[in-house]
Design a protein around this ligand. Structure first.
Ligand code: ZN
Length: 290
């Protein structure tokens, strides 16, 4: 799932390529992905893209005061197309949820634009067209953005959090922007067990957690921004120390990265760096992931 750094990079990419151009057409390949009906998507036709930004893991395209907002969910992505075919994608078939056509970058240039796609059978990608981003329920519920938090603010948020720190970091209503991958990386950098209860972290542990959160996310944003949409996923993976690296050596201490899995979710950690060498049992995850 794309998280704060990838969404930031996609917004930056759209600021470069889409801002200043008009939306000429929108094809809907998956009607269930479009969550709003007023204003209709047609109200974007002819309007100019004036900005692109991010709310937590939501991508926001500002189209002259209207906001086309996307939550890519687990398997969604944005694909830039230098040239779009005239025929619309067939609804209900293939991965394209929504295709946005933009006016040519130069006179007589090709129609370029982007596809919002979703792989797999679980269709959870969501697109909203709203006058105010706060009309999107998931945005209205967001906690403060992870990159905006001071150490004191983070400590204040966690003091009442009775859940395990892995769950707290990924709870969007508490802290916006972090998902499974970057929470693994942040906890590894902070040398914290994912199962520690958030409210019980010591002052020293909170300071390490805050420093790691800012460092990991800032580094990932710096590596991601400037990448093309197509190369972002590879960049994300190459920067990981423990996430999705089960069985590989920890780059810090050389211990073998372990995995905890539960239903269709899994996460990774290094025992030497994070849990005093102890292996974590899978069943304890039932308390962690609802
Ligand atoms: Zn290690």
């Amino acid at each position: 799932m794309p998280e704060l750094p990838e969404i930031e990079a996609l917004a930056s990419f759209l600021r470069d390529r889409a801002v200043g151009r008009a939306i000429t057409r929108i094809d809907v390949g998956s009607f269930s992905a479009v969550k709003t009906f007023d204003p209709p998507l047609q109200s974007l036709f002819g309007a100019e893209v004036t900005g692109a930004g991010r709310f937590g893991k939501f991508l926001d395209l500002d189209v002259d005061g209207l906001h086309l907002i996307t939550h890519l969910s687990r398997a969604g992505w944005l694909h830039w197309r230098d040239s779009l075919p005239p025929a619309p994608p067939k609804p209900g078939r293939g991965p394209i949820a929504v295709r946005v056509h933009l006016s040519p970058e130069f006179p007589q240039g090709p129609t370029s634009g982007f596809d919002l796609t979703e792989a797999g059978t679980q269709k959870r990608l969501a697109v909203y067209l709203v006058r105010d981003p706060q009309e999107v329920p998931g945005i209205a519920r967001l906690g403060p953005d992870a990159l905006s938090l001071s150490a004191d603010q983070l400590a204040e948020l966690l003091v009442t959090a009775r859940q395990q720190i892995k769950g707290a970091l990924t709870e969007q209503t508490l802290i916006a922007g972090i998902g499974n991958a970057y929470s693994d990386e942040i906890l590894h950098t902070a040398k914290l067990s994912p199962f520690k209860i958030a409210a019980k972290l010591t002052e020293d542990e909170l300071a390490r957690l805050h420093a790691a959160m800012i460092a990991v996310l800032t580094d990932a944003v710096q590596r991601s921004v400037g990448q093309k949409a197509a190369t972002l996923k590879g960049e994300k993976r190459s920067g990981m120390q423990v996430h999705a690296r089960t069985g590989l050596p920890c780059p810090v201490c050389g211990d073998t990265v372990r995995e905890v899995s539960f239903h269709d979710k899994s996460f990774q950690y290094c025992p030497t760096c994070q849990t005093d060498g102890r292996e974590l049992a899978d069943r304890r995850l039932s308390k962690l992931i609802k």
